[in-house]
Write a protein that binds this ligand. Sequence first.
Ligand code: NI
Length: 183
Amino acid sequence: MILPIYLYGHPVLRKVTKDISPDYPGLKPLLDNMFETLFYADGVGLAAPQIGLEDRILVVDLSPLADKEPSFKDFRRVFINAHIVERDGTEEAMEEGCLSIPGIHEKVYRKNRIRIRYLDENLHPHEEVFESYKARVIQHEYDHLEGIMFVDHISGIRKQMIRSRLDKIIKGDVRCSYKVKSR
Ligand code: NI
C-alpha cells in the first residue's frame, strides 16, 4: 500500500522517534508499505516520521541507482532501532533532496563514514560501517529519526533564500507526483 508522505511543517517530522519493541504489531506489512511508498515516490530512503510514525525505523533502497553504480543493485535495507555510534572520515558536500521537501535541493556537508547499530527486518542485531553515498543516505534518513531535516544543515543565508518555498510546502501548496500530507 502506498502511504502519503508527510510534508515539511508537519509536527511529526520534528519528533525524536522511539525504539520499537519486539512485539511491534504489523512490522512486516509496514516495511512492505514503506518500500512501496519509497519506490513510487522515486526516492532512495524513507524514515517512519515521513509516514507519520514516531518509531525508530528507516528503509533505504539504492537499487534504482544500479545503472550508475552496480554495487547498489542489491542494496535494499531496513534499519530498526538504529543508532549511529560513530561518524568519522572526511566531511563531504553533496546536493540533497527530501521527499518531505519536494522541489528543494541544497548542498549538505556530512562525514563520509559512519558506524551504526540496528536491527534488520528479522530483528537480528547488527553493527556495520557504511561509507560515501550509503553513509550519506543513511545519515539523511537517520536525521529524520531525530526530528532533523536536511535544510537544518544549510547556512542561514541559503535558508533565507528558500524560505518562501518552504512556507509554500508548509501550506501544502506543492505539486508532487506522489501522495503527500501537509500539516
Ligand atoms: Ni528526507
